[in-house]
Design a binder for this molecule. Structure first.
Ligand code: C2E
Ligand code: CA
Ligand code: CA
Ligand code: CA
Length: 281
């Protein structure tokens, strides 16, 4: 049994080494991918659940890998965060999203009232000069600050309330909007929510997927909608996949949503085709 244990240990440590090696490889390939322009943004429409009008687009990054094809973000964002590459990547993402939005506005295919939502990683949020970076990107791309919404998660926001207040204050001063992503999955204190200059709560899709059947999720979704309303925040539901969910949300007062029922995240050409069909939804 002892020997087995040793073997087991040796096996485990060999596996660890292999994993560490893989990580180093992946890290350097993330760097190269950024240099070679292999990242790409997809856009998921956010719609008014009553009128069907376009309200926003969420930018979601993918890696167009020369051999592996299209790699989803959960396969590389965590590592990009650990290694810090997410900061450079995040700047690229913001710039790309703003540039794309501006070009759609110029072409007249998207109204200036439609928001572009960009996800911010906690590492980016910790960057000393975040608001300067955002300001610079807006100036370079010519996008109006009010057209940009940054998404941060509840856990990012709740780590240090002092610092969060400061950073959000600086962003809001620019005129940029701030949404709390995956709302309901963390532990926001109501006092803090009230104090922070937020503009929107995004109901996490885990609370949307089983409504109206699951009574716990129904209660949570309703509570978030009521909370948003009492704090004068906008509210948007993620992961809307069925007509029943859409009807429930509309009835309960959540009038914006995104999800496969309307559209998956789309690459630029497909999004442009989607825009043409919008009035038929
Ligand atoms: P997220 O910000 O919560 O994004 C929503 C995710 O839900 C997206 O996955 C989207 O494709 C998926 N989704 C949308 N509608 C539905 C639906 O109706 N049903 C279901 N089951 N899923 C739906 P995606 O694109 O794979 O992104 C996963 C996560 O990766 C994102 O979660 C976000 O945390 C991260 N991520 C994506 N793009 C970026 C980025 O540009 N920067 C950063 N920092 N993180 C990103
Ligand atoms: Ca998001
Ligand atoms: Ca989310
Ligand atoms: Ca999520």
């Amino acid at each position: 049994a002892k020997d087995e244990g040793r073997n087991g240990f040796r096996y485990y440590s060999e596996e660890l080494t292999a994993r560490a090696f893989e990580r180093v490889l992946l890290e350097s390939s993330l760097h190269r991918a950024l240099e070679r322009d292999e990242f790409e943004l997809f856009y998921q429409p956010q719609l008014d659940l009553v009128s069907g009008e376009l309200r926003g687009l969420e930018a979601l990054v993918r890696w167009r890998h020369p051999e592996m094809g299209l790699v989803p973000p959960d396969k590389f964002i965590p590592l990009a965060e650990e290694s810090g590459i997410i900061v450079a990547m995040g700047e690229w993402i913001l710039e790309r999203a703003c540039t794309q939005m501006r070009s759609w506005q110029h072409a007249g295919v998207i109204d200036e009232a439609v928001l572009i939502s960009v996800n911010l990683s906690p590492k980016q949020f910790d960057q000393h000069a975040l608001s300067e970076m955002v300001d610079g990107t807006l100036s370079r791309t010519g996008l109006a600050p009010a057209g940009l919404e940054l998404e941060i998660t509840e856990s990012t926001m709740m780590r240090s309330i002092e610092r969060t207040g400061h950073v959000l204050g600086a962003l809001r001063e620019l005129g940029v909007k701030v949404a709390i992503d995956d709302f309901g999955t963390g532990y926001s204190s109501l006092a803090h929510l009230k104090r922070l200059p937020l503009t929107k709560l995004k109901i996490d899709k885990s609370f949307v997927s089983d409504i109206p059947g699951d009574l716990n999720d129904v209660a949570i979704a309703k509570a978030i909608i009521a909370l948003a309303s009492s704090l004068s925040l906008e509210v948007l539901a993620e992961g809307v996949e069925t007509r029943e969910q859409q009807d429930f949300l509309t009835r309960e007062g959540c009038h914006t949503g995104q999800g496969y029922l309307f559209s998956r995240p789309l690459e630029v050409a497909a999004l442009e085709r989607f825009l043409l069909t919008l009035h038929r939804l």
